[in-house]
Write a protein that binds this ligand. Structure first.
Ligand code: SF4
Length: 372
């Protein structure tokens, strides 16, 4: 398959791995963060970490949109779904995310009208077909998915679909990256940048990582060879004492990003003053709400919501996983009380979650020691 098979060639993978091995300084640990959960899954699905020398440690970042949703927002979504005459439309990965008193799946089993959709346009179609119900789209995701929500809201406005609204939980990539890079504990040597987000905002948008934090960042694609090549590019910068933003995913990502997508985001959304992230707490200007011009389509203004902050369960260590402080198997409930079937935290539920990647690909314990 074009653009897939050529990025999964075992011989090329071995050649890249040996080039990467030639770039490490024996005994000197280098810590690279793959920001995106999609990258984490590629790494463990294809055992890329096992191709790397022990000097390179991969740290998992916060780029999984389901994982970073705090419990209070899940509770609000469940409260919306529980209202008479209301249908909540959401992506399938949100169904099992635990709130403080259960999940949307459990709310659905108890009688709430929760429907899984594959795109926001599906939610708008339900609203069109069932004018007697209020249909609320539970929007999540980074800049990657914000344009499709924005275009759907624009279409709802144009078509005059008055029974449609959006519970907006879109988040932005730069503020949490700054929060992580500001943390004195993390001490990263470089970053593998999220290819999907960069498709919208452009690789240039990550310039602050090199310019202000002095760290190399390579925007990467999602196939095994994409990641190996990106790791090689980051290690080459480190070996040569350089620090820049480079784009390995040039077949998809342009430096300035997608102007049309950015324009519709600007039209429909406005930055929230602050937003809570699971594991990272409140981060200023890190999320999008609906702009005043779209206030009539804003579920938060249409329905009274508690908007409460809800602490994670005591045994949950998702915050430490999302900030790279611990590996999933180091969480005290990993694989015992917390499994994909009975998840305590979001990182085990989401298909992009680091805990789900470790669990599903059999990484239940430390399998290699990082050097240093
Ligand atoms: S094992 Fe479960 S509780 Fe622990 S960090 Fe992972 S998802 Fe969170």
């Amino acid at each position: 398959m074009r653009y897939v098979d050529e990025f999964r060639d075992a011989g090329l993978a071995r050649a890249l791995a040996s080039r990467i091995a030639s770039l490490v300084e024996p005994g000197r640990r280098r810590k690279l963060m793959e920001v995106c959960g999609g990258h984490t899954h590629t790494i463990y699905r294809y055992a890329i970490d096992e191709l790397l020398p022990a000097e390179i440690e991969l740290v998992h970042g916060p780029g999984c949109p389901v994982c970073v949703i705090p419990m209070g927002r899940v509770d609000d979504a469940i409260a919306i779904a529980g209202r008479d005459g209301v249908t909540l439309a959401c992506f399938g990965d949100m169904m099992r995310v635990p709130g403080s008193a259960g999940s949307l799946q459990e709310a659905s089993a108890a009688g709430a009208d929760v429907r899984v959709v594959y795109s926001p346009l599906d939610a708008l179609r339900i609203a069109r077909e069932e004018p007697g119900r209020e249909v609320v789209f539970f929007a999540i995701g980074f800049e990657t998915t914000a344009p499709s929500t924005a275009l759907t809201l624009r279409r709802a406005r144009a078509e005059g679909v008055a029974n449609f609204s959006c519970f907006c939980n879109h988040v932005l990539i730069e503020p949490p990256l700054r929060a992580l890079l500001d943390s004195p504990d993390l001490d990263l040597d470089g970053l593998i940048g999220p290819g999907h987000v960069a498709t919208i905002i452009g690789s240039d948008a990550f310039g602050f990582v090199a310019a202000e934090y002095g760290r190399p960042l390579v925007v990467s694609g999602f196939e095994p060879l994409d990641l190996l090549r990106s790791i090689e590019m980051a290690m080459l910068q480190i070996a040569e004492g350089r620090c820049a933003v480079e784009n390995q995913y040039g077949r998809v990502v342009a430096g300035p990003g997608n102007a049309a997508a950015l324009a519709v985001i600007d039209e429909v959304f406005a930055p929230r003053p602050t937003f809570e992230w699971r594991g990272l707490g409140f981060i200023d200007s890190s999320a999008l709400g609906l702009a005043d011009d779209y206030a009539d389509l804003d579920a938060e203004r249409r329905f009274p919501l508690a908007g409460a902050r809800v602490a994670d369960p005591r045994e949950c260590q998702c915050g430490e996983v999302l900030t790279g402080a611990i590996k999933p198997w180091e969480c005290r409930v990993f694989g015992t009380a917390c499994t994909p079937e009975h998840a305590i935290g979001t990182c085990m539920v989401s298909p992009e979650g680091a805990c789900a990647a470790y669990y599903n690909y059999g990484r239940h314990t430390r399998q290699r020691e990082a050097v240093g």
